[in-house]
Design a binder for this molecule. Structure first.
Ligand code: CA
Length: 372
């Protein structure tokens, strides 16, 4: 393991420290940390009923959430010619140039069903949208579409695809800077990758919209913020996205673990109803039946030596505290080496074998007091 030890040594030498360049902020209904939730009910012209759109913080979410168990749930509901919408946004990055953004990732769990008929799957997960300006006068609005196969006709974007089946019913990370396309609906229906967006708009910076609302074509967002997650069509159809109402119609999705990096300083937002108490477990105890009841209300810390086995990848490893009942830790880009002693805090899924703990790299700590 000489090479791995050398890598660890270099990491110390160069001063990399995930903890000091990254922060996780808990966002709850009683402490929104600047986030704004908004929704607009759907309607059907000629029908007096409202089709309620619901956005709410939930105590728990399906297993596999890196910042579970709580998350933000989005259900745009129905309303055919005026689709419902659910929004969650922040203005904390107002003024930040897009070129200074170094990371834009989030996790979602989008259920398979939704849409119309109900067994037709929704075509996009909750997506990230940015209100920007170059000069404070003219605005652009960029909508990220993680799914579908984009094509271009005369420089105009076409993307009316739907997500791959494997992306539904499971927590998936979206990297908005490397995946999917950004749609620029007010720039001639142009679309492109993040790097193409930067080339086209090198001076673009996030900017608080002119007003609060959801009128298509105006510099408006329903939260009044420049950075938003939104689900549900803002218009019924569009020649770029096709029948836009299908994106979130009767959809049900969870959103969590949004990370934004600005010049390498990363902040991750953890959505929940309240802080969760933390319970330290030895590996054997992760298999106790009481965990089945407790796993939605606590976060758990496991510890031990990182195994060098078939589970060791960039995003997973097993940790063994000597009990012989290793726990599989899932943490995207965890950065730890085999044989290091670590502790990891996250959510536990005791229906898997080995038991799985899902978390983020920030919450995996090398215990430096231990030698290997
Ligand atoms: Ca959460």
């Amino acid at each position: 393991m000489r090479r791995l030890a050398l890598v660890a040594g270099l990491t110390v030498l160069l001063g990399f420290c995930t903890d000091c360049r990254a922060e996780t902020v808990l966002v709850t209904p009683s402490n929104m940390q600047g986030w704004v939730a908004a929704s607009a009910d759907g309607k059907v012209t000629g029908d007096p009923r409202n089709y309620p759109a619901k956005g709410e913080f939930r105590e728990s979410s399906p297993a596999g959430n890196p910042l579970g168990p709580g998350a933000y749930n989005m259900q745009p509901g129905g309303g055919l010619d005026i689709p419902g919408q659910v929004w969650l946004g922040t203005d904390a990055y107002n003024g930040v140039y897009l070129r200074d953004i170094s990371r834009l990732t989030y996790w979602h769990y989008t259920k398979l069903t939704g849409n119309n008929p109900p067994n037709e799957r929704v075509s996009q997960p909750p997506n990230l949208q940015l209100m920007v300006t170059r000069d404070g006068i003219n605005y652009r609005y960029f909508i990220h579409m993680p799914w579908g196969t984009p094509t271009w006709e005369n420089g105009e974007l076409r993307n009316d695809g739907i997500g791959p089946l494997s992306d539904y019913g499971v927590w998936k990370m979206v990297d908005c800077m490397t995946q999917g396309v950004w749609w620029d609906p007010y720039g001639g229906d142009w679309g492109g990758t993040w790097s193409e967006l930067l080339q086209r708009y090198p001076q673009a910076r996030l900017q608080t919209p002119v007003s609060v609302g959801n009128t298509w074509g105006l510099a408006q967002t329903l939260t009044g913020c420049s950075l938003n997650f939104e689900w549900g069509g803002r218009k019924v159809t569009d020649r770029v996205t096709g029948p836009w109402w299908k994106e979130g119609y009767w959809g049900d999705a969870f959103l969590d673990a949004f990370t934004i990096g600005v010049n390498g300083i990363e902040t991750t937002y953890d959505f929940d109803v309240a802080p969760k108490p933390q319970v330290i477990l030895n590996n054997r105890a992760t298999r106790d039946s009481i965990i089945s009841n407790a796993k939605d209300r606590f976060v758990f810390t496991v510890f031990g030596k990182v195994d060098f086995n078939q589970y060791f990848t960039a995003d997973t490893f097993t940790v063994d505290d000597g009990s012989g009942r290793p726990v599989l830790v899932r943490a995207f880009n965890h950065g730890v080496n085999p044989f290091e002693y670590v502790k990891a805090t996250g959510t536990l899924d005791n229906t898997k074998e080995p038991v799985e703990l899902t978390t983020t790299a920030d919450r995996v700590t090398v215990l430096s007091g231990f030698a290997f």
